[in-house]
Ligand binder design. Structure first.
Ligand SMILES: *Cc1c(COP(=O)(O)O)cnc(C)c1O
Length: 410
């Protein structure tokens, strides 16, 4: 018999290449809290975390009905049940960017959608443009495919818009797509129509497709509007990724999708069949939530997610009000999604060298848990999640303020 002995079983280079900026920051780190203070966690973008945002009754009923029907215990098509694809098409079609069920791929969350898009569009050694501050999963998925990320910087002074000239200059013969995250995690920004048109012009000039991460579409503050980028172009082929996790407050239900906005049949011959082939790797996702999707999208009222966004906006106002008066801190007021970025002028905090240290010390002294910008490849910032009950949000900001006063030196 073969002796396994001490021999290590080798993992593939592909799997070892998977990087995750958040994990990298926390690797081996033991985050101490202050035992005399209740932990206030502003680090997790999971709307179920505090229990203050209940799941809509209709959604629970819809899943229960799917279970009780006994019709959804078998395999469905790998790229999604017809009823799920039809309902997504119906809800996301617009006159400018029409969709039928053939244009929809159901995926394991929006992250599954991104994984499929990167896999189909990119070959190892090629590159993809991503925004920085980055959504960490983008760099993770790119690395797992052997794709290099080329970062285009978003500017906090211009509500986190991209510099499109610099974006243009990053593109080379090996660039396969431009990723646009709007509304943004981690920035909370919502692009204007004009800015999206400017990005589309760059894509069009280079004949590049866009991968639009639009999981926060519609999740905007009062008076704001988020444009699905596909509604603004007749020429740029776009894969729009989304899902129910954030808008319907059930990230654990793992339903996402790709909306295929083909233009001049540029996706038709290769990309669409390949997206379907990629979905076959997993034989599809759970049928039960897919079966519930028509009822969820048809019946849950707009007020459900508007209610979430009222809380987020109220929290943004609290955080902005509390922190904009603190020396060394520059909160950037968001317009959507669930987050706010705060600039930290490290030169004003002589005993804090990096925003990683800012995060650790804030946790150790105040038991307030935020994520440092390093998690998003953006040192010099911290990110706050704006989902907690407003009383706790206020308390968190008071503690951040106390902490900052204590460490601030002119
Ligand atoms: C949360 C999030 C995702 C992942 O969505 P899932 O449906 O949970 O996979 C993708 N993109 C962004 C920008 C997100 O914030």
């Amino acid at each position: 018999m073969m002796d396994f002995g001490e021999q290590t079983i080798i993992a593939s280079n592909e799997s070892k290449g998977i990087v995750n900026a958040v994990r990298d920051v926390f690797d081996g780190k033991k985050m101490e809290t202050n035992p005399t203070k209740e932990l206030l966690n502003l680090s997790i973008g999971d709307p179920t975390f505090f229990g203050n945002l209940p799941v809509h009754q209709v959604m629970k009923e819809a899943v229960k009905e799917a279970v009780d029907s006994d019709n959804f215990n078998g395999y469905g098509p790998a790229h999604g049940l017809l009823c799920a694809r039809q309902t997504v098409a119906k809800h996301y079609t617009t006159p400018e960017a029409p969709l039928t069920d053939d244009d929809i791929i159901i995926t394991c969350g929006c992250s599954g959608a991104l994984d499929s898009c990167f896999t189909v569009l990119g070959e190892p050694g090629q590159n993809i443009l991503v925004p920085v501050p980055v959504y960490p999963l983008d760099s993770c998925v790119a690395a797992s495919r052997g794709l290099t990320i080329k970062c285009y910087q978003l500017s906090p002074d211009r509500q986190w818009e991209a510099d499109v000239d610099k974006m243009d200059q990053l593109i080379d013969k090996d660039t396969v797509a431009i990723v646009v995250v709007n509304p943004s995690n981690p920035c909370g920004s919502v692009y204007s129509k004009q800015h999206l048109l400017d990005i589309l012009a760059v894509a069009e000039k280079h004949s590049l497709p866009i991968i639009a991460d639009e999981i926060y579409n519609d999740l905007v503050y009062k008076g704001q509007h988020s444009y699905p980028i596909a509604t603004l172009s007749k020429n740029v082929p776009i894969l729009s990724c989304g899902g129910i996790g954030k808008k319907y407050l059930v990230p654990g239900w793992r339903v996402g999708w790709i909306l295929i906005h083909d233009r001049h049949d540029r996706f038709k011959k290769e990309v669409v069949p390949s997206l379907i082939k990629v979905s076959r790797k997993s034989l599809g996702i759970t049928t039960l939530v897919q079966a519930a999707l028509p009822k969820i999208l048809d019946t849950v009222p707009k007020s459900y997610y508007e209610n979430t966004m009222s809380l987020v906006e109220a929290n943004a106002n609290i955080a902005y009000g509390e922190l904009s008066v603190v020396g060394g801190l520059t909160p950037v007021m968001p317009s959507g999604a669930l987050y706010m970025m705060v600039g930290v002028e490290l030169s004003k905090f002589p005993h804090i060298n990096t925003t990683v240290e800012f995060m650790e010390k804030l946790m150790a002294e105040e038991s307030v848990f935020i994520l440092c910008g390093e998690c998003f490849l953006s040192p010099g910032f911290i990110r706050l999640v704006l989902l907690m009950p407003s009383e706790k949000m206020k308390e968190s900001c008071h503690r951040i303020r106390e902490f900052s006063y204590r460490h601030y030196e002119v």
